[in-house]
Design a binder for this molecule. Sequence first.
Ligand SMILES: [Zn+2]
Ligand SMILES: [Zn+2]
Length: 97
Amino acid sequence: MSTSRYPQNWKEIATSIKESFDWRCTRCNRVCLRPGQKPPELTLSQRRVYTLQVHHFNFDPSDNRLENLAPLCSGCHLYYHRFRRGNISPGQLSLFK
Ligand SMILES: [Zn+2]
Ligand SMILES: [Zn+2]
């Protein structure tokens, strides 16, 4: 896969989006874990569910206007991508944090 359409500072953009939404998923309202948060009561796979990712509504990672971006938990993020044609696999998705 190619990540070349992501801007250099994607990580910072993504983090500031997540911050501004208070680390909440915009679809299900789940409050996700911040970087470094590792609650011992959650298993690794549970933690993955609480991982916030930033989604591009038009599926264009080079379009980083605020209105094109929304934080989603990994489950909701998958949901959006599952109904998209021209497919991305769940494995690839985990790279799009
Ligand atoms: Zn969600
Ligand atoms: Zn996405």
